[in-house]
Design a protein around this ligand. Structure first.
Ligand SMILES: O=C(O)C(=O)C[C@]1(C(=O)O)C=C[C@@H](O)C=C1
Length: 364
C-alpha cells in the first residue's frame, strides 16, 4: 500500500469519525429528552425509572439483527452497549454493587451487562451485595449463580431465602483461567497456588497434571489471589484477565480450565420489575410439603403446558430439618397468561411460591 493510499483512507476515517461523533451526540441529547419526558409523566409521589432493561435488550437485539458486518454481532452489540450505558448515565448514573474485590469475574459480568458508565462498588461477600441493594445504597447488585463445571453458587441461592429481591437480568460469561505470577516469582520454585475454591476446582485436572505436589490455597476471590502473589516470590495465582491486568501479573500458562466451555451465569438483582419482551426467563422459589411425589407434582404443570425448564436446584429450606426448597428457572414471563395459569396451579399444591423475577434472556 502506498503512502498516498494510506493517507486517503485516514482522511476517510476522520470524516466518518466526525459523523459518528455527531450521531452519538444526537443520540445522547435524545436520551436527555427521554429523561425529561419520564420526569414530566410521573404521577404524584412516583419515583422515575430511568433504567429500562426490556428496552435495552430490544435495542441490542435490533442492532444484532441489522448488523451486516464486517464486525461480528457480539462486537457490534458491545459497542452499542457502551453507548447506551453512557446515555443512561446522562439520565441517571446507576450505582451497582458486585462481588469484589476489583478484578473479579463478577465485575466483568457487571460491565458486560451495564456497560462502563456505572458507578460500581465492590463488596466483600455475596450477602453484602444483597444487603447493599436491600438498603437502597445502590440501584442494582451483581452476583454469580451457577457455573457450568462446578454447579450452583449456594451462597447466592441461600441469600434469596433471606432477602426480598427482584431479579432483573442475567448475563453469561466465558470463564478463562490463567496461571499468574508476579515480577519477583521464581517460576521453578512455586510451592503454593492461590485461587477461589470454585476456580481451583475448575482447574483440578490441569493442576494435577502440571503441579501435583504444590499446595492449593483457597482464598476469598481470584482477585484476592492475584493481589497476594504480587508480593510473594514462591507463589502463583489462578485468575482471569481483569485481575491479571489490574495487578500487573504475567501469564505463566493461559486458559487452564479443564473444560473449554467453562462459563458462569450471573444475576442482576434490584427492586424493579421488568415488563415482558417476548424473550424472557422467570426464576421462582417453591417449597413443597415433604411427601412422596411432591417434586413430580411440581413439575407436571410445566410439562403439560410445554414450558421449557432451564434449571432446577434444591436447597435446604432453613426452616425445618430435612425440608427443601426448589429454585426453578423457566422460559417465559410471569405476566404471560399461560405462565400465570401454571403458577396458579403450582401454588395450589405448594407450601409457598415466590416469583423472584422475570427478565430478558441474556442478549450479550
Ligand atoms: O428508552 C429509554 O427509556 C431510555 O432511557 C433510553 C436508553 C437508550 O440509551 O437507548 C437509555 C437507558 C435505558 O435503560 C434504555 C434506553
Amino acid at each position: 500500500m502506498s503512502d498516498q493510499e494510506l493517507k486517503a483512507l485516514r482522511v476517510r476515517i476522520d470524516s466518518l469519525d466526525e459523523k459518528i461523533l455527531e450521531l452519538i451526540s444526537d443520540r445522547a441529547r435524545c436520551a436527555q429528552e427521554v429523561a425529561r419526558v419520564k420526569m414530566a409523566s410521573l404521577a404524584e409521589g412516583e419515583v422515575p425509572v430511568f433504567y429500562r432493561p426490556e428496552r435495552e435488550a430490544a435495542v441490542l437485539k435490533r442492532v444484532m439483527d441489522r448488523n451486516k458486518g464486517p464486525l461480528g454481532n457480539e462486537e457490534m452489540a458491545r459497542l452499542f452497549r457502551e453507548i447506551m450505558s453512557s446515555c443512561l448515565a446522562l439520565e441517571q448514573p446507576l450505582k451497582v454493587a458486585y462481588l469484589g474485590p476489583e478484578g473479579t469475574f463478577t465485575q466483568a459480568a457487571a460491565m458486560k451487562h451495564f456497560g462502563h458508565a456505572v458507578i460500581s462498588r465492590p463488596m466483600a461477600a455475596i450477602d453484602e451485595v444483597f444487603r447493599e441493594v436491600a438498603a437502597g445504597a445502590v440501584n442494582f447488585g451483581v452476583v454469580p449463580v451457577e457455573n457450568s463445571t462446578e454447579g450452583a453458587v449456594n451462597h447466592t441461592l441461600d441469600s434469596f431465602l433471606e432477602h426480598d429481591m427482584v431479579i432483573c437480568g442475567e448475563v453469561e460469561l466465558r470463564i478463562h483461567h490463567h496461571l499468574l505470577v508476579g515480577e519477583s516469582t521464581k517460576t521453578d520454585s512455586i510451592t503454593r497456588i492461590y485461587s477461589h475454591a470454585q476456580s481451583l476446582a475448575q482447574c483440578r485436572k490441569w493442576l494435577d497434571a502440571h503441579y501435583p505436589n504444590v499446595e492449593r490455597v483457597a482464598v476469598a476471590s481470584n482477585a484476592e489471589a492475584a493481589k497476594r502473589v504480587k508480593s510473594e516470590w514462591n507463589s502463583a495465582a489462578i485468575a482471569g484477565d481483569m485481575a491479571a491486568s489490574l495487578y500487573g501479573l504475567t501469564r505463566l500458562a493461559e486458559k487452564i480450565e479443564d473444560r473449554p466451555d467453562n462459563s458462569t451465569r450471573f444475576l442482576m438483582i434490584g427492586s424493579q420489575e421488568v415488563p415482558p419482551t417476548g424473550d424472557d426467563k422467570t426464576s421462582i422459589i417453591v417449597s413443597m410439603s415433604n411427601k412422596p411425589g411432591a417434586l413430580h407434582e411440581l413439575l407436571v404443570p410445566f410439562h403439560d403446558n410445554g414450558i421449557d425448564l432451564t434449571r432446577i436446584e434444591t436447597r435446604p429450606s432453613r426452616s425445618g430439618k430435612w425440608t427443601y426448597v426448589f429454585f426453578i428457572d423457566f422460559v417465559g414471563h410471569h405476566r404471560d397468561p399461560l405462565i400465570k395459569a401454571v403458577l396458579e396451579k403450582i401454588s395450589q399444591d405448594a407450601v409457598a411460591l415466590k416469583v423472584l423475577g422475570s427478565y430478558p434472556k441474556a442478549v450479550l
